[in-house]
Design a protein around this ligand. Sequence first.
Ligand code: ATP
Ligand code: MG
Length: 469
Amino acid sequence: MNSDQFETELTPRRIVEFLDRYIVGQDKAKKSVAIALRNRVRRRRLPREIAREIAPKNILMAGPTGVGKTEIARRLSDLVNAPFVKVEATKFTEVGYVGRDVESIIRDLAETAVAMVKSRMIEEVQVSAAERAEQRLVDALLPGSERRRSMPDIMKIFGGEKEEAPKPAPEEERARESTRRKLLALLEEGKLDDREVEIDVVESQSVGIPILGGSGMDSMGINIGDMLGGLLPKRSRRRRVKVSEARRILQAEEAEKLVDMDAVVREALEKAAEEGIVFIDEIDKVASRGGGGTGPDVSREGVQRDLLPIVEGSPVPTKYGTLNTDHILFIAAGAFSSVKPSDLVPELQGRFPIRVELQPLSREDLARILVEPENSLLTQYSALLGVEGVDLEFQDDAVAEIALLAERMNAEMENIGARRLHTMIEQLLEEVSFEAPESGARKYPISAEFVRERLEPLISDGDIRRYLL
Ligand SMILES: Nc1ncnc2c1ncn2[C@@H]1O[C@H](COP(=O)(O)OP(=O)(O)OP(=O)(O)O)[C@@H](O)[C@H]1O
Ligand SMILES: [Mg+2]
């Protein structure tokens, strides 16, 4: 599917349907996210003058811990064909943090975009790259071409080539041509795949160059290795490999050469600016109540202030060029248990006009989360133990029982949402999991009774449950 088709088909309804495959409930959040994505497609189809004016409607997701905020972002990034980065706001409150670092988010976005566009372009040149690789393979296989190829490039520059390899006689030339054709045919049929051949492989550039720059240079997105890499002559090394392997190596090398990096960078920067999505998780952790004050609050508020220009739209220097953040979509999320969105600095609040609240999970939600999502928790455990021949059979009442106990634990202890299910299932299946290799192939029915027997003792022991569940 090309990207235009992809966009047309990515209707809000489709996006929600996709998210439904993995996330139970949270319909409002799914809907908001879907609309925000669609709005960008709409904007891009407008005339430039009006499109310029339309700022993305950034989203703030709030809701208790473990109810699917991060999960929504994760799934979204799989779905959209757009540069996407996810960061935790707390990363910027760490020791040694310097203001500029927040811009690293945007540099990462540029990096992601470049990788995306490049890999697409590499895909597009594969046919030509394959042809060129075959030609090089023939050269490598053909006896006599050896001497010319092994001569260092530097000597060719000084005309060494002409001296060492005088022009062959016409009949010799014809014979060579015919051998080449035969070899090419054999290669294409894969008949030479198991033969060995010597090829020159370009060594990767960044190896062995120590990092000289301090954090200052790093924060500018300048990598000394990259800089030198472009200047140093490419080093290559002779390697003896199977023809099939050589074909793979040479094809990759040729594809690299065929891709126009300037075009990649140009398209990537535009794509990042127009379609980029930044997910800022744990935003509540940089909010503080009451404002002002000293200590950690200052640094937290500092992070918000640093985020501000980026979210408001500003040019950020990256090693590929300037990336303007005006139209990047920001989605922020946080549990907001002890602080509220209104505890964020006002300017930042204003940049997140769309608020969605995620709901705490009910007992029914927990039961559904166990079984419904694609590759749900129970499916994962069944698959893992299936490898040992153990066939887990979760009965319906067992699923209901696990959900009931998880709900109880969340109510009596800390409410950690669906995360509770992970620890509970782990405890539930500990014995089975331990014994599976010896117990051999068999069915293993899991009933409500079994769930109670395994989990009740842990739950009723106040000390134990604090550690285990
Ligand atoms: N609504 C849901 N549907 C399916 N799985 C869910 C849902 N909510 C949570 N989970 C599962 O629970 C785990 C934790 O969810 P997630 O990481 O999304 O929590 P969160 O809302 O980001 O919480 P926090 O505020 O602590 O970061 C994940 O493994 C996720 O798959
Ligand atoms: Mg999270």
